[in-house]
Design a protein around this ligand. Structure first.
Ligand code: ADP
Ligand code: MG
Length: 239
């Protein structure tokens, strides 16, 4: 009974998401069709229209790519990985983009390995999503701090920025699919990140006081050598 309930709840969520995706993709498709029809009638290619069509295509591409991250890969490979290395990769990956905006990274990691049982690419995607949001929140530069500690068998990662922060009335909306205040945002990054962290039996929280930046806290269970039930390459049973 309970299982059935859970499954039908899941279906509703998936159904809502699907409706959202369909809606979000239909808008740029409508624009694309409009411009193409115009070009068919006039038989001329207006550079501005081509530019708009390309940006609408890019939007569809972004929405689809973010959803693909959520799609369950054929075999999910949960492996033991050191979070410090994944965070280091993410910093290298986004360093040049950050520099363009006068942003520096400050990293403070634990001395001992921070081993977690994870699907590395998904976890990396979460950190990329969060750090990108931090970069986008700081158009005038500043410091993004990545702090990682181990507290009582939990790997805690706090990513803080010096941007505007989030207005209080907006806080409950964060993580809702398609909620964005950016012109070219998809509003999917936080939702996808939440789901990935949940499937890793962890938690993701955002704290922010408007005017003084945002802090995203991610907690993941530390995988010790003796962690029960965490064999390598274990299949994910639930997400
Ligand atoms: P997107 O980045 O495409 O807008 P996200 O799901 O990543 O979608 O973020 C949703 C919204 O949450 C953003 O549009 C922004 O309003 C808010 N937000 C997320 N991270 C931050 C941050 N570090 N500082 C301020 N606002 C943020
Ligand atoms: Mg984002």
């Amino acid at each position: 009974m309970e299982e059935l309930l859970r499954r039908s709840e899941k279906l509703t969520t998936v159904g809502q998401l699907a409706a959202g995706v369909a809606h979000e993709i239909r808008n740029p498709l409508t624009t694309l069709r409009g411009f193409l029809q115009l070009q068919q009638e006039k038989k001329i290619l207006v550079p501005l229209h081509v530019e708009l069509m390309l940006s609408e295509l890019e939007r569809i591409n972004m929405i689809v790519s973010e959803f693909l991250i959520l799609a369950k890969p054929q075999a999910v490979h949960f492996q033991l990985r050191d979070v410090r290395l994944i965070l280091g990769d993410v910093i290298s990956l986004l360093d040049s983009q950050a520099h363009l905006f006068g942003i520096e990274f400050e990293a403070r990691f634990s001395e001992q390995p921070a081993t977690v049982h994870c699907e590395e690419n998904q976890l990396k995607q979460v950190f990329i999503n969060i750090v990108k949001n931090a970069i986008e929140a700081m158009p005038d530069g500043g410091t993004i701090t990545l702090e990682q500690r181990i507290i009582d068998g939990t790997v805690v990662i706090v990513i803080s920025d010096e941007g505007e922060g989030v207005p209080e009335e907006m806080l409950p909306k964060l993580g809702e699919p398609f909620f964005t205040n950016k012109e070219t945002g998809t509003g999917l990054g936080l939702m996808v990140s939440q789901r990935i962290i949940q499937s890793h039996k962890g938690s993701l929280e955002i704290h922010s006081e408007y005017g003084s930046g945002a802090q995203v806290t991610i907690k993941l269970p530390e995988a010790g050598e003796h962690t029960p039930g965490q064999a390598m390459n274990e299949e994910r049973s639930e997400d």
